[in-house]
Design a protein around this ligand. Structure first.
Ligand SMILES: [Zn+2]
Length: 285
């Protein structure tokens, strides 16, 4: 077991061996069979070959985040953020799932072999479990964003705790068949970034990392995909790197995503996939 630093990274290497190719072919066959079993609207397009794939943006590395040293990240809300290098971005999507637009965003990510992080609303998770399972099956990090998206600052602490727990148990029920309030992926984002000192302390004590954001597309506003692309690429050029917030529930964001990923590829950006740090190994004695 490796030592437990706050952030550990490892590169994602392409599989180029014969066994890798054979595994890839097996995966295609499995994917085709799975496509028959699930709703066509939710299936990954059959023509998309397995990742990594030459000519795509790809995911450049995995960054493991440890609550014990970094309980909160995102410069829009906190003094600290993830240790990203210049031209590195983390893609995050809030408020889903909403099948019509979430499926388009997932297809755009799959087309470019990119992995992202989703902060899902519990009510939507309970309503659309199939697409939640698709998000997880395609390798994205799946975390929570409360049960029904209230402003946590405007409700009582007990109600805030219930919102957090209900969101977690809804996701755990769909992905792992168990209504637990201990999240498999201990990441959380507050609706509207509205938190209280008590809820921040509670999440830290429960080992859950709070994600803010470094920059966003302001896609809660009405705009065309072209306007959104200009806005987010201008902001990214100014920031140079960061955790980016989108909403996969917005049709302009879903429509813009292929062009945005192409922009990242053409301009030398690298996508970093965040995951929870592995628990520290027990000390030998
Ligand atoms: Zn939200």
């Amino acid at each position: 077991m490796r030592s437990c630093n706050s952030f550990r990274t490892h590169r994602c290497r392409p599989q180029t061996t014969l066994s890798g190719i054979a595994t890839g072919l097996g995966l295609i066959a499995t994917a085709l069979m799975a496509t028959v079993a699930i709703s066509p609207a939710l299936a990954t397009p059959a023509h998309v070959a397995p990742c990594p794939r030459p000519g795509t943006l790809g995911t450049s590395r995995v960054l493991e985040v440890d609550v014990s040293t970094t309980p909160r990240v995102g410069l829009q809300s906190f003094p600290e953020t993830l240790p990203l290098a210049d031209h590195e971005v983390v893609l995050t999507f809030d408020d889903g799932p909403f099948p019509p637009t979430t499926s388009k965003v997932l297809s755009a990510l799959a087309q470019e072999c990119v992995r992202a992080t989703y902060f899902l609303i519990g009510e939507h998770v309970a309503e659309h479990p199939d697409i939640v399972r698709r998000i997880a099956a395609e390798g994205h990090t799946v975390a929570t964003h409360t049960w029904s998206h209230p402003n946590i600052m405007q409700i009582k602490h007990e109600a805030a705790v219930e919102q957090i727990d209900h969101g977690i148990s809804a996701l755990e029920t769909v992905l792992h068949g168990k209504a637990t309030t201990i999240p498999t992926t201990p990441f959380f984002r507050f609706p509207g970034f509205q938190s209280t000192p008590e809820t921040l302390d509670l999440l830290q004590s429960r080992g859950i990392v709070v994600f803010g954001s470094d920059l966003w597309a302001s896609d809660w506003n009405k705009m065309t995909p072209k306007e959104e692309l200009k806005l987010i690429t201008d902001r990214l050029e100014a920031a140079g790197k960061g955790i980016i917030l989108f909403h996969d529930t917005k049709s302009h964001t879903a429509a813009m995503m292929p062009a945005f990923l192409r922009y990242l590829r053409d301009n030398g950006y690298h996508v970093v996939h965040v995951k929870p740090a592995e628990p520290a190994a027990p000390l030998a004695h």
